[in-house]
Design a protein around this ligand. Structure first.
Ligand code: NAI
Ligand code: MG
Length: 396
């Protein structure tokens, strides 16, 4: 039997994960779950949001289902720390970023596929004035460890750093006369290895799941070095290994416009860390938003992979007696896990059950009802988190 590390985290993380495990059990997925500690509580109590014992668990079992965590700004984080750790001057670091870095989970995949009958689906006016609902089926491959989120940044950089920048003629021309105290710099570093891995993952996915195109959504005409490297690599890879797949090149800004004009045109999209983050939220908005947006973070070399909804811990709903949040994003993330560990039949079974529940539109969480999230939504006919899971289980 397989062992899955369950990482509920904070807030609504636990309820969506518990309900998802119920769905997995009902679908016949045989596994044992071991819980790993992660999140705000452990920061407060132990001064570490991702304790070593959790890293060890994942090291051993490799596959994790993750709910969500709470993060707060530096000062607030320090304020809530147990007194004995305050003296040590600990600084809060996001456990998700730490997980990504420790296990080099550099491949992030975020599928955005619309379900028939989801009232949250994007609709558009057709030429004849009628309303059309374009089917969206896009998978975004986001480089997960480098680029603008790589953390190499300065405000008032040291002389040494400033001197290095002064060797670049553009820096001299545009920023050379600004006192260095008035300069903040964030870098966008791409390495060949990580870029190759994300582009390869995108093509492999297109090939394995029958998508006809891979789109590089960057800005190679302006960000020539990093975006340029990714696009050039994609061109070479396509020519050498994937001639049957079309390679498209869009600029990130134009892509954000095209996404509401013709979202049905796109298949697999690949981008660096920040642009991938932005595009995946954009497409998620077309298929129902945070209640539906799932993701995987993987290291193809070691096989370590973490599957999670893209939403956060939604603190304002965390303490409801009856939870009202939509568990589908977490259930979909678990389906990605099943695909990953070659339990594709069970994954397909669960997706079919989810599709049926959505299409029948009898059981809908508050977001699908388009009402503000308040405790009274259940009285008003919205399904609770548990009722949504029950409906999926009933279809199974
Ligand atoms: P959030 O995603 O927790 O919530 C934003 C809003 O989206 C909620 O108020 C709610 O209306 C809605 N929402 C979220 N999940 C939903 C679901 N399953 N069903 C229905 N509606 C849902 O983001 P927010 O409020 O910006 O952040 C709250 C905390 O979560 C912060 O501490 C933040 O740092 C953390 N966070 C953690 C993430 C993670 O664990 N991967 C990702 C994003 C935020
Ligand atoms: Mg995001």
């Amino acid at each position: 039997m397989r062992t899955i590390v369950s990482l509920p985290g904070d807030g609504i993380g636990r309820v969506v994960l518990d309900e998802t495990i119920r769905v997995l059990n009902a679908a016949g997925f045989k596994a044992e779950y071991v819980e790993g500690d992660i999140g705000w509580e452990f920061w407060k109590k132990e001064g570490e949001a991702l304790p070593q014992r959790t890293i060890d668990l994942l090291e051993k079992h490799k596959i994790a289902l993750f709910g969500a965590i709470t993060s707060k700004p530096k000062d607030e984080a320090f304020e809530e720390l147990a007194p004995e750790f305050k003296e040590k001057g600990l600084i809060y670091a996001s456990p998700i970023v730490k997980l990504r870095q420790h296990f080099n989970l550099d491949i992030c995949a975020r599928p955005c596929k619309s379900y028939d009958g989801n009232p949250l689906n994007f609709i558009r006016r057709a030429a004849d004035g009628s309303v059309e609902e374009p089917p969206v089926d896009v998978v975004i491959f986001r480089q997960n460890t480098e680029g603008l989120y790589g953390g190499v940044e300065w405000t008032n950089p040291s002389e040494q750093v400033h001197d290095a920048f002064m060797t670049h003629p553009r820096f001299v021309k545009n920023f050379g006369s600004t006192p260095k105290e008035d300069v903040s710099i964030s870098t966008r570093i791409f390495t060949r290895k990580a870029t190759e891995r994300i582009v390869r993952a995108a093509f492999e996915h297109a090939k394995n799941y029958g998508y006809k195109s891979v789109t590089v959504a960057e800005k190679p005409n302006v960000i020539r070095e990093t975006s340029g490297m990714m696009y050039k690599m994609a061109q070479q890879m396509q020519a050498a290994d994937y001639p049957e797949i079309e390679l498209w090149n869009t600029n990130i800004d134009a892509q954000m416009m095209w996404l509401t004009k013709n979202p049905e045109t796109y298949g697999v999209i690949v981008a660096g860390n920040m642009f991938g983050d932005i595009i995946s939220d954009g497409f998620a908005g077309l298929i129902g938003g945070l209640g539906f947006a799932c993701s995987a973070q993987m290291n193809p070399e070691t096989g370590v992979a973490v599957f999670e909804p893209t939403h956060g811990s939604a603190p304002k709903y965390a303490d409801y007696d009856t939870s009202i949040v939509n568990p589908i994003a977490m259930v979909e993330s678990a389906c990605m896990m099943l695909d990953h560990i070659d339990e594709k039949v069970i994954a397909a079974k669960i997706r079919k059950a989810v599709a049926k529940v959505i299409k029948d539109s009898k059981v809908q969480t508050y977001d699908m009802k388009k009402v503000p999230g308040k405790p009274d939504v259940i009285e008003k006919g919205a399904a609770s988190t548990q009722q949504m899971a029950d409906a999926i289980i009933a279809e199974l």
